[in-house]
Design a protein around this ligand. Structure first.
Ligand code: TYD
Ligand code: MG
Length: 452
């Protein structure tokens, strides 16, 4: 009979404690600590099987030439830092329905010359086949395995010896060594530890799919972040077709790369030039529309901002934003009111970004304010203008990080004028074909972006 060990975990952040607590000391949530029973023997037996390492001088260690597996998908290779490292464990997190299964099945089915194993705990082989037909099957070495018991899965990995394994999803997997139900913190941890062992000992790269909850905290998968080598997050608005794959952690490379995808009937396609789809082409200039030059990760792109400013029908004006921080909008409106004298307190303000994108880049401030000014006066902005800059509380315009790259992208897309902070006037290179207008305060913005 296995000796039982009890332990307590926070279901919100994965904090472990030897005794029950009402409030988690790590994330301060109440009532999230739950009891889990761990079979002690299984743990010690796994630890004992790990070979002992010896301390060595750093100069005596031979460098490992990290081979990279080309997954046959440029965007994913890029986010992984140039391809997948054999034997690495990758966590792919995202909200349900965002396209994690589609993306990983597409990798498994792609024409990449790899032997792949797609394990699904959520769908039957027939359901996977239906999906595979939609996506297109280009890899004859792809095996599909509907299974949830981890011991069986590891046995198949040892047997098939794939280059890449997908586990869809970690919340549906369970192992016999612990007695709690699938999806519990103990199960997730045990399964991940076993998969880690399999990945390292067999040199197979494993993608673990983890569902995350609406509020953005990866409940369950959060506790895996320190075990795995790479954490990728798949995000987007499920009402829209665009998705961003973001590297959050990468032991083999940098994390600032992003991949942009579009969901079609036949799976996800890479969007190499996000700017081209995020800008609309109107026959007639419209008020309330501006364009901002954003940098996400290392990727510069241009995105359209739409604002609607209208008289508040009720006492308290409404402020509604999609994809932009609500508090930042309130701040920008307050600055506009104080510095430019626009009467924003009587106005409803609605703000939108193209493609359902969420943008946390403060370099979008100028574009947001430009759209608001345009809608407020009901006058379209001048043709071919875009902005990149941050606005401070006193109305000063600060430079957006990587301003030069933003200017370069605007020039590439044929914009005629870009408005940026005067802080960088002396230091940046100005490409040909675009007029760079430097402003130091928000009062100068209307003249810089409006038609004469
Ligand atoms: P899915 O990959 O199942 O999401 P997740 O695994 O993250 O929960 O995909 C979800 C949505 O994608 C689903 O609503 C259907 C849609 N979809 C397409 O639009 N085109 C396709 O080719 C496929 C396979 C799915
Ligand atoms: Mg799925």
């Amino acid at each position: 009979m296995a000796k039982l060990k009890r332990t307590y975990f926070c279901t919100s952040c994965g904090y472990e404690t030897p005794k029950w607590l009402g409030r988690c000391p790590a994330c301060n949530e109440w009532n999230t600590i739950t009891e889990h029973v761990v079979a002690k023997e299984s743990q010690s037996s796994r630890i004992a099987s790990v070979p002992k390492a010896q301390p060595r001088k750093v100069q005596d260690i031979e460098e490992l030439a990290t081979r990279r597996i080309d997954l046959g998908n440029k965007e994913i290779n890029r986010v992984l830092g140039g391809g997948l490292v054999p034997g690495s464990l990758v966590l792919l997190g995202g909200e349900p329905g965002i396209g994690k299964s589609t993306l990983s099945l597409q990798l498994a089915l792609g024409d990449n010359g790899l032997r792949t194993l797609y394990v699904s705990g959520e769908e039957s082989a027939e359901q996977i086949k239906m999906r595979a037909n939609r996506i297109g099957i280009a890899n004859s070495e792809c095996t599909v395995y509907p299974e949830t018991l981890l011991e069986n899965i590891v046995a198949q990995i040892e047997d098939i010896r794939p280059d890449v394994v997908v586990i869809d999803s970690i919340q549906t997997m369970h192992t016999d060594t612990v007695e709690s139900s699938a999806g519990s913190v103990t199960q997730i941890r045990e399964c991940a530890a076993t998969l880690l062992h399999a990945a390292k000992s067999l040199g197979t790269a494993i993608f673990i799919i983890g569902h995350i909850t609406k509020d953005g905290t990866i409940a369950g998968p959060k506790i895996l972040e320190h075990i795995v080598d790479v954490v990728l997050q798949f995000e987007g608005d499920s009402n829209n077709t665009y998705r961003i794959l973001r590297g959050i952690k990468n032991r083999f490379g940098a994390t600032y790369e992003i991949g942009v995808f579009e969901m079609h009937d036949n799976g996800l396609t890479a969007v190499e030039n996000p700017s081209e789809i995020l800008l609309s082409h109107y026959d007639m200039p419209l008020s309330g529309i501006s364009v901002g030059a954003v940098v996400d990760g290392l990727r510069p792109y241009l995105i359209e901002v739409q604002a609607l400013v209208s008289g508040a029908a009720y006492g308290t004006p409404q402020r509604s934003t999609t994809g932009f921080d609500h508090r930042r909008l309130s701040m920008l409106l307050a600055v506009l009111e104080k510095r430019v004298g626009m009467k924003m307190f009587q106005k409803d303000v609605f703000l939108n970004f193209a493609g359902g994108f969420k943008i946390a880049d403060t370099g979008m401030d100028l574009a947001v304010v430009a759209a608001i000014i345009s809608s407020y006066y009901d006058r379209p902005l001048r043709e071919g203008v875009c902005c990149a800059g941050e606005i401070g509380l006193s109305g000063e315009v600060r430079p957006a990080p990587r301003t030069e790259q933003r200017i370069g992208e605007a020039a590439r897309l044929g914009f005629k004028r870009i408005v940026v902070s005067s802080f960088v006037e002396k230091t940046i290179k100005r490409p040909k074909g675009i007029e760079v207008v430097f402003i130091s305060s928000i009062e100068q913005l209307p003249a810089a972006v409006m038609q004469e």
